[in-house]
Design a protein. Sequence first.
Length: 560
Amino acid sequence: MASQSIARGAKRVITTRHQTTQRGSTFISQVQSQCVCRCHTPRSFSSSARLYRQQPHYKDSFGTRLRRALSETKIKWYPIPVGLGIGFLGLGQLYRVNEREKARIREEEWEDDGVVNIAGSGGEGESSGRPKKRERIRPTGPWQVQVMSTLPLKAMSRLWGRFNELEIPYYLRVPGFKLYSFIFGVNLSEVSEPDLHVYPNLASFFYRTLKPGARPLDPRQNALLSPSDGRVLQFGAIESGEVEQVKGMTYSLDALLGTKTPETSPNPSRPGSLFSAKSDATATSRREGDEEIIKQDEEFATVNGISYTLPNLFSGPKKQSGKKAQDASTTPTPASEAEVRADLALGERPWYSLITSENRTSLYYVVIYLAPGDYHRFHSPCAWVVEKRRHFAGELYSVSPYLQRTLPGLFTLNERVVLLGRWRWGFFSYTPVGATNVGSIKINFDRELRTNSLTTDTAADRAAEEASKNGEPYSGFAEATYEAASPILHGHALKRGEEMGGFQLGSTVVLVFEAPKGQRPSLDEGWMGEKTKRKGGWNWAVEKGQRVKMGQVIGWVDES
């Protein structure tokens, strides 16, 4: 019995070991078969060149394989949005038009300068026709401003202007303009042309006119009207030659209007003193009396061709430095000239007003922002005379309220047209400021002005280069005069509400003007030391952020 049990146990052990061995061999054979299959399966990217050469398509040429792939590959079409296709074609056409325009302008500049452009003729002609570009000002600020300063904003604005001039298909005009009006809040009931089909492109719709009587003028003759539709961003008095852009951020009036100053003003406070520092105020006030005393004789002498000024009598005429201002005069309407002459006559003061040396006027400013949906034409806010124009070929940053809060001196960096003159109470300036995608700034009575143009940019580059060669500072602007427009007023007369020009898209208008500041009441009249409490003088009629319409009063002069 013992021997049988031992034999059965040994047999069970042998059987178990045999089964384990069979299972192990089976597993190993399966693994080996899988490894062989994985390792020897031919692939197109196998590192073995011999196996790849054994493939049947190796001996075919590249053209044969390409034809086989094209014929055997199933073509699947995907739809492209119509707007994307139109935009792509439009950008291509704009690029070609822009290149042709650049070539034409270069040829005109070479002809004007007497330079013949011959390929491979050397760098002399090219250097004469292509002045060195002005150094761009890189503003400081958040990363959005830094990124924007690196973009070709002027080229983008020119392309946008070309795009706006593309003709819209007839049946797409009404739905397109209505969609634009819905997005930007355009009041179509005020448009002079109720049929929107008459506007062939976006540019003509932007520059639309209004129905007669849509913008009535405030009847008060002492009032200053809003020059355009828009929103009042900032207003106030100018102190120490600084204009407040936003709260806590200012820029210099010299930088906005230019360092050179006009030479004429009907009031004793000369415009030259309006831009100078406080240290010059005393010296200027000493000259006021003498200038007012000789004013009438000087006007008589000027009309009769006599050079009658104290500096000229004592030391001869001053040497005029730099280029002579270009004459861009056009004849004003007789009605405008008559109204302005009558209004300026009210500002003349009797001789006994010279007894006091106190300056009774001050400088004020107001900034009005035009949104894309606003009426884009601007008008004269009062009866005044435009004597000079200064064109600053600057940058074209956006003038949105956000960027005005983040970019210091925004209006002094952008391209702008500064109109300098006088009104009943003294100095007056009117500055349309350009912005991104503003095709151009139009001035109706200026026959020479071109804004956002390669021609003006090249002329500014050339002027800066010449000033650098002569060791002189570049003024930053090109000046023109309107003196030939009127032999009596020595400038272009504009009546209240008269159309002056417009923008191709929303931008900003900055007014800087001289006005009476009123008199401080006496203690008997209840004055308790308040700085702002004055009797008479200039009074504001708007609030910050208020929406205004052209012809609406923004302030008035109390002559009581």
